[in-house]
Design a protein around this ligand. Structure first.
Ligand code: PLP
Length: 400
């Protein structure tokens, strides 16, 4: 430990990775654990996209490319933004990276320094606060309420902004709540942001394709073009194309920021995999008709888990309009006693009980900055999900 740099003290290991380790340990000991902790669709990457990756290998597209992505990929990204979001970016305003995660990290590292504040609405994706801390900035967590549909309210945003605010991070559809901001809600936030020219906005749209209400998705740069020069619109193929392992994300934003991100990338990881880039061109250009079928399947699974949650005394949730998580209120579990005589106090106790007794892995809301809740990722096989629901129900019935 004496060899570790002080900056490492600013970060904690990702809570998702901690759960995955526990699941692996239980599984290795012979326990059949159902994992509802993973932020990943179980669908296979569509065949035509896989084929484009295979073709790239066969054709020898296996060398370094331009750091920010091939010309073909940049064109595909620009066309995607134009077609699906009605945002025009020039080639020097887009970049591809090894996952949206890398792009978000590089954008923060390039712009945040000691004393700068980054507004992060909670519940938040677990990595944002740690990325800000690694950049030596100060995460400024603002709490959103279940009764507001988990959405940041304009007056709350206005009250959180200071002269030191460098960024606001917006994530819609949201991980972990599944909340999706409407055009009107984005307008209201934009009105606040227009007053504060020192603030950049990260629009993390990685779950764009996973919406259960047709047409509800919107992104800030489209809704308020006057803010476009201050917005980094982040997206990728991980969630919408079931390509998490390909590690390919992309972003559009002002040229000065994209250029800074490109410099960081050029001195660290260079271009994202040439093979993944070729596959992503196919993904973005060849249409995503398959998504309608995926949404149907996910709608069915969401109904399964919603019925389960709302039938259990002490658990409740509203059906989330996006992403593939249910963020259930588990405050009613606090104070209950397990069959072995332990008293559940926190959401963490409850998640640990479900794992140890029910053999179902979930994640406690406190990992996302919202104690008293439980994130259930339901993008798994229908039969396994059904089984998980039965296990959760049984485990909860055993509480006194
Ligand atoms: N943003 C959010 C809100 C996420 O949930 C995730 C993945 O879990 C990412 C970004 C990162 O996605 P990628 O696989 O493109 O790095």
């Amino acid at each position: 430990a004496e060899f570790l740099a002080p900056r490492l003290r600013r970060v904690r290991p990702s809570p998702t990775a901690v759960i995955s380790d526990q699941v692996r340990a239980l599984s290795a000991a012979g326990t059949d654990v159902i994992n509802l902790g993973e932020g990943e669709l179980d669908f296979d990457t569509p065949a035509h996209i896989k084929q484009a990756g295979i073709d790239a290998i066969v054709q020898g597209d296996t060398k370094y490319t331009a750091v920010a992505g091939t010309t073909a990929l940049k064109q595909a990204i620009m066309a995607k933004f134009k077609r699906e979001n009605r945002i025009s970016y020039r080639p020097d305003e887009v970049i591809a990276g090894s996952g949206a995660k890398q792009l978000i990290f590089n954008a923060l590292l390039a712009t945040v320094s000691s004393g700068d504040q980054v507004i992060i609405p909670a519940p938040y994706w677990v990595s944002y606060p740690d990325m800000v801390a690694l950049s030596e900035g100060e995460p400024r967590i603002v709490h959103c309420l279940e009764s507001d549909g988990w959405k940041l309210q304009p007056e709350v945003l206005a009250a959180a902004i200071t002269p030191k605010t460098r960024w606001v991070i917006l994530n819609s559809p949201n991980n972990p709540t599944g909340a999706v901001y409407s055009v009107a809600e984005l307008h209201a936030l934009a009105a606040v942001l227009l007053e504060h020219p020192q603030v950049l906005v990260m629009a993390d749209d990685i779950y764009e394709q996973i919406c259960f209400v047709p047409g509800i998705f919107a992104t800030l740069a489209e809704v308020e073009p006057r803010l476009k020069e201050r917005i980094l619109t982040v997206n990728g193929v991980s969630k919408g194309y079931s390509m998490t392992g390909w590690r390919l994300g992309y972003a559009g934003g002002p040229a000065w920021l994209i250029s800074a991100m490109q410099i960081l990338q050029s001195q660290s990881t260079s271009n994202p995999s040439s093979i993944s880039q070729a596959a992503t061109v196919a993904a973005l250009e060849q249409g995503n008709e398959f998504i309608a079928e995926w949404i149907d399947i996910l709608t069915h699974r969401r109904a399964l888990i919603m019925n389960c949650v709302n039938a259990i005394d002490g658990l409740s949730a509203e059906a989330p309009p996006g992403a593939f998580y249910v963020f259930a209120n588990c405050q009613g579990m606090s104070g209950k006693t397990t069959p072995s005589g332990d008293i559940l106090k926190t959401d963490e106790d409850f998640a640990a009980y479900l794992l140890q007794s029910g053999h179902v892995a979930t994640l406690q809301g406190s990992a996302f900055g919202a104690p008293g809740y439980l994130r259930i990722a339901y993008a798994i096989d229908d039969n396994r999900l059904q089984e998980a629901c039965e296990r959760i129900t049984r485990a909860c019935r055993a509480l006194r």
